[in-house]
Ligand binder design. Structure first.
Ligand SMILES: Nc1nc2c(c(=O)[nH]1)N[C@H]1C(S)=C(S)[C@@H](COP(=O)(O)O)O[C@H]1N2
Ligand SMILES: [Mo]
Length: 398
């Protein structure tokens, strides 16, 4: 049962993870620096800007479902621990190949869960960069999973069919009998009396999963429920002001100062022409207001009401017809990651894609990207560049 739950659950986690890779628009300059990715970094489609909440749902699912499956994964690994001590370790070539694939399966699963959880806890202890490691780890895990399923699925179905779930749920510890000996040698030859019923194990693991879900889902749902997300690494409660919502990285933490974001700031817009605009110039352009979420790859998300200039209008200003150009947004930030991001032609052309100057009726605060930040519908949070100093439109052949 744990195996089947993981089979469905981990496939959903893997698919939403790969969708997140697509959402990063890996073929655009600077968005994906994975070395030597070759075919593994394949590009299928431009990530759409509709519906605006889709990345919020897929990435929320990726992170929250992943957390929810932790107890199931641990229980599944616990249930096959005797296999770890199989002796002699190699009996046939086929068995050696299968054991080697299990190293990749178990190692891959543990690696993906460990790196994912450390990353969403903003605890970057691993000595490599998360993004390529998690991508390569996913492919190794998926290859091993495919092999494991091909070899084991019939056995898993037979095992599930061999018992009635309803009867198991009515069987207490007193009525619990050990498994009959099996050809895989998972069952002890001479078992001690059981210490836990099967329904007890299911309730224990399922209860663990419900706890994980309950303590994390609030960071995706946001609003008052954010308070319930005890596993979220950043503030669970904010004030009621217009700029009171989640901040991962403050201006100070990235060395962006109020002085350089102040009166002297000019936005460079490059296309066919190259112009510089002050914040007042931008405020004098047609402004548009949309409710759009920031949905971070780390699983948290929050919807706010943004006001700003359309990226499409800025493209036109420098002689670029929207729908013909991608853009790279560069920020004032000079240290760390995510100081720039590229957006696709479709994202530039969407009327809701803004260079936002205001949020919830007030100026965007310094920590939220003053004097101007990018907000794009349905884009991963990381592409909503803060403290923009330059928008570089580039015609795309298509
Ligand atoms: N210049 C700059 N813009 C940035 C970032 C950054 O580190 N530097 N972080 C990005 C990420 S990962 C997210 S999810 C959103 C929101 O991040 P915040 O919570 O730090 O404001 O802003 C994006 N814009
Ligand atoms: Mo993010």
């Amino acid at each position: 049962m744990f195996g089947l739950v993981l089979l469905v659950g981990l496939v959903i986690v893997a698919v939403t993870g790969l969708l997140s890779y697509a959402a990063y628009e890996p073929r655009l300059p600077g968005n994906d620096m994975t070395p030597g990715k070759g075919l593994l970094g394949f590009y299928l489609f431009d990530w759409p800007t509709h519906p605006v909440w889709m990345y919020r749902v897929t990435q929320g699912t990726h992170v929250i479902l992943g957390l929810t499956l932790v107890p199931v994964l641990l229980a599944k690994l616990w249930s096959v621990i005797p296999k770890l001590f199989d002796w002699p370790p190699v009996r046939s070539i086929a068995q050696a190949v299968e054991r080697a694939s299990l190293v990749l399966l178990v190692g891959g699963a543990v690696f993906q869960f460990a790196t994912g959880i450390l990353n969403i806890q903003l605890y970057y202890v691993f000595p490599f960069s998360f993004y390529p490691a998690h991508l390569y780890g996913a492919w190794i895990f998926l290859a091993a999973l495919a092999l494991h399923v091909a070899v084991r699925l019939p056995r898993a179905i037979r095992a599930v069919r061999s018992r009635s779930l309803r009867r198991e749920l009515r069987t207490s510890l007193a009525g619990t009998r050990p498994e009959p000996p099996d050809p895989d040698g998972l069952v002890p030859a001479d078992p001690a009396p059981p210490t836990m019923s099967r329904r007890g194990l299911l309730a224990f693991v399922g209860g663990g999963s419900v706890v994980m879900l309950g303590l994390s889902v609030g960071q995706t749902l946001d609003g008052p429920l954010r308070r319930t997300a005890l596993l979220a690494p950043r503030g669970r409660e904010y004030g009621t002001g217009p700029n009171d919502f989640q901040i991962n990285k403050t201006a100070a933490s990235l060395g962006v100062t109020a002085a350089e974001a102040g009166d002297g700031w000019r936005l460079t817009v490059a296309g066919v022409d190259r112009i510089q605009l002050s914040r007042d110039d931008l405020l004098a352009m047609p402004l548009h207001t949309y409710a759009l979420p920031i949905a971070c790859v780390e699983g948290w998300s929050t919807e706010q009401v943004w006001t700003g200039v359309r990226l499409a209008d800025l493209a036109r200003l420098v002689g670029i017809a929207p729908g013909t150009a991608a853009v790279t947004a560069r920020s004032l930030q000079r240290v760390g990651y995510f100081g720039q991001a590229s957006l696709s032609t479709g994202q530039v052309a969407d009327p809701r894609s803004l260079l936002a100057l205001r949020v919830n009726g007030a100026d965007v605060s310094l920590d939220h990207g003053f004097p101007a930040r990018v907000i794009v519908p349905n884009a991963p949070g990381v592409h909503n560049t803060k403290w923009v100093r330059e928008l570089d439109f580039r015609r795309e052949a298509r």
